[in-house]
Design a protein around this ligand. Structure first.
Ligand code: AHR
Length: 490
């Protein structure tokens, strides 16, 4: 099979906002306790954070981390997680039927984020709470005034504000599973008034309104229109969430999942622009795809987990090789929309549907999806180039015209990176590269495997790991492979 990939270095889609490589830590399962935090672990630092985990998090170059949920946030009282730890309440956590000890709260998490080199995207509870608690949290985190909540932060040992610039107005409030689920009208009013109070408290913050929890939600479209009609002037982003899976074990179809993400982004952007026109506004609402990933492997095992445990092993999907290919296609799709998608969070970061897995008290390993994320996050910075790919396509039960090659080129100074997935099961693909004249191919990194279901584990951590391919005159993409080609100006 052959494909022609054409770029023009002056044909730019847009600047890649580094926050497109964000991730997510929720108080869920072993993400916090036994994940980023384990004071008894041999690698624990002075605050009990696992240094081995921190090292891998840092290697992923994650610029922003959403916190503390997720569904968790909709029942969370942020005041439970500050101040004297011996006085913090142990609470029933209703989103995940667990026990929350509150040993970690914003006081500690902001320190973890600082050590990880990431900024926080803070979500506020609009499930059981509202504008008042949200504006108090903004004051606690961001203000230097001599008023109650800023003083409370000082009393808890933090003279300097945390400086959290990005905030989510609740989480998935359109979903009936959400604590405090709302109708579009109910959420729109609450989000609008909360946004106003939060921005009155700190006018420098930016806000993300909840969009839909997925394109299949019955309110998708109506939800965004209602929320934006009410909140347009007070918010900066609208969120999108979507998870993908292969429960029917149809790999060819599963590999086309990114087409669903593509459509979801295009449709949501159109709705934002429709409301912009309706309002005769000059402002664009940007997209925050603040939960994306693959999530389905753990569904059955999670049903067996007993309620009311501390840090139960929930959502511990073990990702295989085909999941890495899908994650690669999803990353390419986000990059292709980087003119509109300014924030995206791989949900999540450690243990919970995560690229990094740990054993409590033991080892850690990189899941297969770690690699495409790593390659894009480290090398896919700068600008995304309009990348035209002429190649064959195939049809599946749910998708038509699935291109065999999914790809995007990015340009950073004198370097170009080309990220590409070959979806073909049996054919390698020889590339004809146009527009790369004046550039030299310096490396070709490949993730390929003949077993689509191979996975990494603590005992076999490198079962699926990338290799460097010898540079040949003719570039070829192996069947079912993830590729990163790096070029530099001659
Ligand atoms: O990331 C896991 C869960 O998925 C989050 O808590 C929720 O927002 C979404 O449904």
């Amino acid at each position: 099979m052959k494909a022609k990939i054409t770029i023009n270095t002056s044909d730019i889609i847009g600047d890649i906002d580094p926050r497109i490589y964000g991730s997510f830590i929720e108080h869920l399962g072993r993400a916090v306790y036994g994940g980023i935090y384990e004071p008894s672990h041999e690698s624990a630092d002075d605050m009990g954070f696992r240094k081995d985990v921190m090292e891998l998090v840092k290697s992923l170059n994650v610029p922003v981390v959403r916190y503390p949920g997720g569904n968790f946030v909709s029942g969370y009282n942020w005041e439970d997680g500050i101040g004297d730890r011996s006085k913090r309440p142990r609470k029933l956590e209703l989103a995940w039927n667990s026990i929350e000890t509150n040993e970690i709260g914003i006081d500690e998490f902001q320190e973890w984020a600082k050590r990880a080199g990431a900024e926080i995207i803070m979500a506020v509870n609009l499930g059981t709470r509202g504008a008042d608690e949200a504006r108090n949290l903004v004051e606690y985190c961001n203000l230097e005034t001599d008023t109650y909540y800023a003083e409370l932060r000082r009393k808890n040992g933090f003279e300097k504000p945390f400086g959290i610039k990005l905030w989510c107005l609740g989480n998935e409030m359109d979903g009936d599973w959400q604590i405090g689920h709302k109708t579009p009208q109910e959420y729109a009013r609450l989000a609008c008034e909360t946004a106003k109070l939060m921005k009155m408290t700190d006018p420098t913050i930016k806000l993300v309104a909840c969009g839909s929890s997925g394109p299949a939600m019955p309110t998708f479209g109506e939800w965004e229109r209602t929320v934006l009609r009410e909140c347009y002037d007070h918010v900066d982003f609208i969120s999108l969430h979507s998870y993908y899976g292969n429960p029917e074990n149809d790999t060819a179809d599963y590999l086309a999942s990114s087409m669903d993400m593509d459509k979801f982004i295009i449709d949501t952007a159109h709705i934002c622009d429709e409301i912009k026109a309706e309002k005769k506004s000059d402002k664009d609402i940007m997209l925050s795809f603040d939960e994306w990933n693959i999530w389905f492997h753990s569904n059955e095992q999670d049903k067996q987990i007993e309620h009311w445990q501390i840090a139960p092993p929930l959502l511990e999907d073990i990702f295989n090789f085909e999941d890495a290919l899908v994650a690669g296609c999803l990353l390419i799709t986000l990059l292709r929309h980087c003119d509109r998608v300014k924030i995206a969070c791989l949900a999540q970061l450690v243990n919970v549907i995560a690229p990094i897995m740990t054993e409590t008290g033991g080892r850690l390993w990189k899941q297969t999806i770690y690699y495409p994320f790593l390659h894009c996050s480290v090398n896919g910075r700068g600008k995304a180039l309009n990348t035209v790919c002429e190649c064959g396509s195939y049809d599946t039960a749910k998708h038509c015209n699935v291109s065999y090659i999914e790809c995007i080129a990015t340009m950073n100074g004198s370097d170009i990176s080309l990220f590409a997935v070959n979806r073909s099961a049996d054919e390698s693909c020889e590339l004809e590269l146009s527009g790369f004249e004046g550039y030299e191919l310096v490396s070709h990194t490949v993730l390929a495997d003949d077993d689509m279901k191979r996975f990494n584990s603590a005992d076999d951590p490198d079962a699926v790991s990338p290799v460097q391919q010898e540079i040949r005159e003719k570039v070829s993409l192996a069947p079912r492979s993830w590729n990163m080609l790096k070029f530099t100006m001659k």
